[in-house]
Structure formats: structure tokens, C-alpha cells
Design a protein around this ligand. Sequence first.
Ligand SMILES: Nc1nc2c(c(=O)[nH]1)N[C@H]1C(S)=C(S)[C@@H](COP(=O)(O)O)O[C@H]1N2
Ligand SMILES: [Mo]
Length: 245
Amino acid sequence: MSQLSRRKLVTTVLGTAAGASGVAVAARLADRQGLSPPEWHGIYGPGDTLTCAAQKLLTRNSMAREFSRDLISKAPFANKVAPLSGEFKRLQAGGFADWRLVIDGMVARPASLSLADIRGYPSASQITQVTCEEGWSYVAEWIGAPLFHVLNAVGILPEAKYVVYDSMDKGWADSIDMADALHPQTFLTYGMNGGELPVGFGGPLRIRVPRQLGYKSVKYITRLTVTSSSKELPAPSSYSWYAGI
Ligand SMILES: Nc1nc2c(c(=O)[nH]1)N[C@H]1C(S)=C(S)[C@@H](COP(=O)(O)O)O[C@H]1N2
Ligand SMILES: [Mo]
């Protein structure tokens, strides 16, 4: 089925089902189309699931707003710089030469990439806003490898549904679905405002997911795991999994 006719079908069916036999039916249909947050059977009710599905349908091909260079924040605010571990400090002392990003799970060619490897992929930049759920934000230029280049290189298997990312900052693991993982503005970021990505802002490597709230843009990432199972996603934090803005 083509993208367009599928979308039409989904919106029609979602609307009809929501009116006729209740939101639960519509939520199940949304789930089948890969539009639901993975935890909707748990803390999300069918109502929230429909909200998420509707936003995903509307924003499927949308881009996060990009700003002109003169709107880059003069004093961007680094949220929390966690007391990073001894292991992090050792890597930092070595100029991150030993830093690796491990890519595993449902990929044809699992990989362990150095920063130089990641810099070897086509690079891109975006001037986008980090928006914290607590109400503050800043605009910065982010430079990195669009994640889809790297995922194409390792070869994601057709059943793959999510990309999980883990961080050297304990407790900061999260995940996105394939629509966001393959989105052109989702970056493995190693540069900021023309220079290297400072440690305070997540250096040496941070994922940028600019269509979602700041907490999805996890700093210090060291592992990407591709999976088809929502059961393999990191335990939900107190924030909602889908944070589209
Ligand atoms: N590893 C890690 N990543 C993180 C966080 C964190 O504490 N640790 N905070 C998140 C939150 S809540 C926000 S709003 C943004 C803030 O980005 P900043 O630190 O560049 O200001 O980073 C996100 N990524
Ligand atoms: Mo945040």
C-alpha cells in the first residue's frame, strides 16, 4: 500500500473507530501501523495513544524548525553535567581516541565505531533548538553524521522497529522509533557552533532528535541497539516516551 493511501486509510479508520466503537479499537489500529508509543498498554491509555498516533501521522515528514545563524544563543545553558565516571575521565584524558560507539542488535553488520569512523560519514549541520520540558530552551548549531547514513551502513534488518541508545551517563538510556531514527535531522552529533562538541553539552557524542523535547537528545552515547521488541526498550523514565514538539 502506498504511503498516501495507507495514511488515508489510517486516518479514516481511526476517526470512524474513535466515534463508533470507542478509542480502544482505534488505538489497536494505530498500534498495528507502528504509530503508538511502546508503553501504551501500560501507563498510556488509548486516548493518549490516539494523540500520539495523530501527531505522528501529521508530522511524519515534517522537519524541526531551523534557525538563522544570528539566532544562535549567545550563552547556551548546559543542563546537567553529570559527575562522569572514572572511565569517562580516562577516555577524556586520551582525547577520546579510545571512545567507541557500539552498534548491535538487528543489524546485518554490527560495528564498533571510533569518533574518526563517525566523522568519516557524510556530515551535516542544523541550527535547532533544545527545548527542555522544564520550560527553558536555547538555539545552537549541531554538526554530525545524520544517523540514517550510519544505520544504512550497518544494514538494519527489515523487522527493526526501534533504536535504543545508551549513554556513559548512568540512567540516560532511551529509544526512538524507526521514523525518527531515519529522519534526516536525527544526528550523531560531535560538533557544536563551529567547534567540537564540549563535554558539558554531551561531547564527544550526543544524539540529536530535534523533533522531540530535549530529554530525548541524550549526551555521551556509547551504544545503539536496533530491536523490534518494545520489551527490549529501556525502562520508561518519568517522562513520556514520545516527546514530539
Ligand atoms: N546523558 C544525559 N543526557 C541528557 C541529560 C542528562 O542529564 N544526561 N539531560 C537531558 C535533558 S532533560 C535536556 S532538556 C537536555 C539539555 O541539553 P543541554 O545539557 O545541552 O542543555 O539534555 C538531555 N540529555
Ligand atoms: Mo530537560
